[in-house]
Design a protein around this ligand. Sequence first.
Ligand code: SAM
Length: 276
Amino acid sequence: MSAASDGLPPLREVIDRHGLAPKKSLGQNFLLDLNLTGRIARQALPLDACTVVEVGPGPGGLTRALLAEGARKVVAIEKDERCLAALEEIAAHYPGRLDIQKADALSVDLAALAEGKPIKIVANLPYNVGTQLLLNWLTSETWPPLWESLTLMFQKEVAQRIVAAPGSDHYGRLGVLAGWRARSQILFDVSPSAFTPPPKVTSSIVQLRPNPEPEPADLKALERVTAAAFGQRRKMLRQSLKSLGGEALLTKAGIEPTRRAETLSVGEFVRIANTL
Ligand code: SAM
C-alpha cells in the first residue's frame, strides 16, 4: 500500500482542519506529495525489523509513508504542539505502530526509544537544527551507534559538505567527521517547489550508514585539528595548525607541513589527531 492510498485525508485538508500554517521559526517546510514521501521512505527499507525514528513529523506526510511502507514502529518526535492532534489521527489508523512524542529532538536520548531493536532515522529535518542533530548522531560515545541508517533531507549545500571527499571545495569539518564514522551518499535532490512553503534552495536526501570500525581516534582531538585546519583552509598546515604544534606535530605525524587542509584524507586527519 502507498501513503497516497492509505485512506487518510489529503494533507492539505489536514493542515487546514488543524490550523497548521507553517512557522518559519520551527523550520516548517512541509512535503504534501505522498508519492515523494513514499519515495523517501522506500530508501530506508526494510522497515519491519527496526524502530524508525522520525524527527519533526509535522502534519505527517513522511510518517504516513513510513507506515504505509511497512514500518513496524515509528517514534515521531515533534516540538510543535499544534501538530499533535493531526498525528493522533494517523496513530489511530495504524494501531500500536505510531508513538508520538512531544519533545525537542536535540534533547532526546535514542537509547530510550530503541526497544532493543536497531534504529533507522528518517526525517525531513528542520533546517535550523539539522546539522546539530547529525553531529549528535555522528559523535555518539558508543560505536557502532544505536542507529543503523540515517535517511535525511538537508539543504543541498549541507548534503554536499557531508559527502565531500578530499580535494572538493565542500570538504571540511563535517566531511571529515562523516567520512571517519560513516559511509554517506546523496540519493536524490528535491526541488524547492516540492515544499510548502518553498525554501530558497534545493534540498537533497542523504543516507548515512555507520562505518563499523572507524580508525580509533580521540573525537575532541580530531575536532580541534579539523577546526584549526579548516579555519584557515587556504593556508599551509604548518601555519593553520601552529597553535597545536605546527611543523613539529605534522612531521611527527608524517604529514608534509606545506600541505593544505583540503588535500588531507580522513585517515591523515586521524593520524594528526592521534599524534596530538
Ligand atoms: N516531516 C514533515 C514533512 O516532511 O512535511 C515536516 C518537516 S519540517 C521541514 C520540520 C519539522 O520539524 C516541523 O514539523 C517542525 O515543527 C519540527 N521541529 C522543528 N524543530 C524541532 C525540534 N527541535 N525537535 C523536534 N521537532 C522539531
